[in-house]
Design a protein around this ligand. Structure first.
Ligand SMILES: NC(=O)c1ccc[n+]([C@@H]2O[C@H](COP(=O)([O-])OP(=O)(O)OC[C@H]3O[C@@H](n4cnc5c(N)ncnc54)[C@H](OP(=O)(O)O)[C@@H]3O)[C@@H](O)[C@H]2O)c1
Length: 335
């Protein structure tokens, strides 16, 4: 197959505060002919994730920053159109990090086959992919949840949060979920959350969390930061644990955020706060895939997707994460 050019989304400028469409540009780029051991892939789905906001800042972190004038990258799933590799044939579905573009050529070591009999292609970006793995890692490998415990999950209707809520329920926990609107709250109740807080209308979050968990919480799965973390610190039981997964409230901040005013409770209550990055836990991914494939097949985990169509929609899909526009995983369909 001969494909002369494709399109990609580039970082046009570094955002200040919440990103805007002007921070992105769509450009054409040539598609090189294949060398030995390479694949030409057409992307079917790409992921937009909150952590990508951090990569728009020029600073050292656990992943390198995006460069102005260069394509963005991130998780995506595509179909092999052409292969000079013995490992892949035309039609194979592969998971990789060449998102934000319609096609690409890469070495066969840079893409990974996914089993679409276990879950559909886009699920490998969500429930059975990085975000589901994050939920499972935070609950089981960081917070070590136990049956009978009360777990509080923030951003609970999102890609990570909705899976965290359901895994905690499957492990026999009582779950309190926090979300940004009533429609999301209704979905969380369907998923089995025992109490749901709409943080936009709840007023005092500590009071709302105390009402939802009168005996306190054992574990906080932290996705948001700010007032959510303060409320959790106030309501955590002695020896409580916090799996610090993300703090989305801070990602677009233009001033240094104020620390939790009640951080000293960590001492008084002997709390343990542990941050984690899912990529440090990939060794456990096969274990997670086996578990999640079984849960999905048995209908024990439900998923929703918010889907935007076409490469042009990718910047807005990304920005929408910070406006709470997604329920479940935010995805861009490229096929
Ligand atoms: N540590 C890791 O390895 C790792 C890996 C993946 C993700 N994460 C983190 O996990 C968190 C969730 O990620 P995700 O991919 O599942 O995204 P997501 O939850 O699907 O999407 C973001 C959601 O966050 C909520 N939100 C946005 N701005 C908010 C604010 N200012 N205050 C409160 N809620 C806000 C919105 O829902 P509402 O309508 O409810 O506000 C929005 O739908 C993020 O903090 C992300 O950085 C960490």
């Amino acid at each position: 197959m001969f494909l002369e050019s494709t399109r990609e989304v580039r970082l046009a400028s570094r955002p200040t505060g919440t990103p805007t469409a002007a921070n992105f540009e769509i450009a054409s780029t040539p598609v090189p002919p294949l060398k030995a051991g390479e694949v030409l892939v057409k992307n079917l789905w790409m992921s937009v994730d909150p952590y990508m906001r951090g990569r728009m800042v020029d600073r050292e972190s656990y992943v390198p920053p995006f460069q102005i004038g260069k394509p963005l990258d991130g998780g995506a799933v595509g179909e092999v159109l052409e292969s000079t590799s013995p490992r892949f044939k035309v039609g194979d579905v592969v998971l990789h990090q060449f998102g934000w573009r319609e096609h690409f050529v890469a070495a066969d070591t840079q893409v990974h086959a996914v089993d679409t009999r276990l879950a559909p292609p886009q699920a490998w970006l969500g429930a059975i992919g990085m975000t589901g793995m994050t939920a499972w890692t935070g609950l089981t490998r960081i917070a070590h949840i136990k049956a009978g415990e009360t777990v509080f999950v923030s951003a609970a209707s999102g890609a990570v949060g909705a899976i965290a809520v359901q895994i905690a329920k499957l492990q026999g926990c009582r779950v309190v979920a926090s979300v940004g609107n009533e429609e999301k709250a209704a979905w969380l109740r369907e998923l089995g959350a025992d109490a749901v807080i709409n943080y936009r209308t709840a007023g005092d979050l500590t009071a709302a969390l105390k009402a939802a968990a009168p005996e306190g919480i054992d574990v906080y799965f932290e996705n948001v930061g700010g007032a959510h973390l303060e409320a959790a610190l106030n309501v955590l039981k002695p020896n409580g644990r916090v799996a610090v997964c993300g703090m989305i409230e801070q990602y677009n901040a233009t001033e240094a955020p104020k620390g939790p005013s009640n951080i000293a409770l960590v001492i008084m209550k002997r709390l343990r706060l542990e941050g984690f990055i899912v990529s440090d836990h990939w060794g456990a991914y096969p274990e997670f895939v086996a578990l999640m494939a079984k849960w999905l097949a048995e209908g024990k985990i439900q998923t929703r997707e918010t889907i935007r169509e076409g490469l042009e929609a990718a910047p807005d899909a990304f920005i929408g994460l910070f406006r709470g526009e997604n329920t479940g995983k935010m995805l861009v369909r490229l096929s």
